[in-house]
Design a protein around this ligand. Structure first.
Ligand code: MRU
Length: 331
């Protein structure tokens, strides 16, 4: 099943409910979508690209308009709102822009709507195609018997389907290679334990769950021989990804095992460097509570960045739909 699709309105798998249940939620209004993005019901850079794209289509259908200028202005306004729902993954604004640009070329309300929906569907379809290509390109770097450590969730759920870093693992398995995976929990929202383990077990791919703090011992003991992660934004000097990725990259470098990044070209933002990107900081409650249970004193001071930056010197290769890029990364 796709993570996000259009059927009369926009539908998403509510990822906050996984692994307990696979529940679809409808979005009939842009503010419902923005809320879903903020609470991570839909998440992962490529899935956010599709969400941004469909969001513009949603804006065009969510109310009546008196004329062409009104719908155009409305789309521009809603596009800004959607793109700012999460600041770090560049794909969200890329998806918004791709559809907005084309939709504004429509010469009637109906035409704007049909272009917006057609373009959003195209963005979603293209995501699946490029993930399969990333998978095929990356699978060449994996050998039969490899044990791969991965971080966060970069699978079907982080994309429209298939996945980026997990897509590489899926493609290698599909080619008949025996690959085992170590998945990090990825505190505080546990995308690794909740989503990656769920996806891999569903596909019968051998996965072992570890705490984020077990990365050092797992790599040192030689339990894994490669690392593959995704990316939320690749800039000129490195990449942003889920908080904790930097620590994994340093550990992999220290123990001389390859550290691969898998991401579509839309994740590249080469007009920027690490200095220019806002790292999203999330609420203290993510660390203080587990449901209703207190995990820390209620009033403790908290620093909760959702992403960190890993410099290119720690990266062995970047796998994209167009091929594999190796150091010195002359983008
Ligand atoms: O906060 P999230 O869950 O949206 O984080 C994004 C991610 O899933 C990861 O950082 C991922 O490694 C890159 S997106 C395939």
């Amino acid at each position: 099943m796709r993570t996000i699709f259009w059927k009369d309105c926009l539908w998403l798998i509510d990822q906050t409910k996984l692994p307990e249940k696979e529940e679809l939620i409808p979005c009939r209004r842009v503010d419902e979508l923005v809320e879903a993005i903020k609470r991570l019901a839909i998440r992962g850079a490529p899935a956010l690209e599709a969400a941004g794209a469909y969001g513009v289509a949603l804006a065009s259908f969510e109310r009546e308009f008196s004329g062409l200028e009104e719908i155009r202005q409305y789309l521009v306004e809603k596009a800004k709102l959607i793109a700012s729902a999460r600041p770090t993954a560049v794909n969200l604004s890329v998806g918004v822009e791709k559809v907005l640009k084309r939709a504004l070329e429509g010469n009637s309300i109906e035409e704007v709507r049909s272009i917006a929906l057609r373009e959003a569907e195209r963005v979603a379809e293209e995501d699946i195609e490029r993930n399969k290509k990333i998978g095929g390109n990356g699978a060449k770097l994996l050998e039969d018997g490899d044990v791969v450590l991965t971080y966060c969730n970069t699978g079907r759920l982080a994309t429209v389907d298939w996945g980026t870093a997990l897509g590489v693992i899926r493609s290698a398995v599909e080619e008949g290679k025996k690959i085992r995976v170590f998945a990090c929990e990825t505190r505080p929202l546990n995308q690794g334990s909740r989503l990656t383990c769920y996806e891999l077990m569903k596909d019968r791919i051998d996965v072992t769950l570890i705490t984020d703090s077990a990365v050092g011992i797992v790599i040192k003991k030689g339990f894994v021989n490669k690392v593959i992660v995704g990316a939320d934004r690749i800039v000129r000097d490195g990449f942003f990804n889920k908080i904790g990725t930097y620590t994994v990259a340093i550990t992999a470098k220290h123990h001389r095992i390859p550290f691969y990044v898998a991401a579509p070209k839309s994740t590249f933002d080469l007009s920027r460097t690490s200095e220019d990107v806002v790292i999203e900081e999330r609420g203290a409650e993510e660390l203080i509570y587990c449901g209703d249970k207190l995990l820390a004193p209620k009033d403790v001071k908290v620093y909760n960045p959702a992403f960190d930056f890993t410099p290119l010197e720690l990266v062995s290769a970047i796998i994209t739909e167009e091929g594999v890029i190796y150091p010195p990364f002359n983008f």
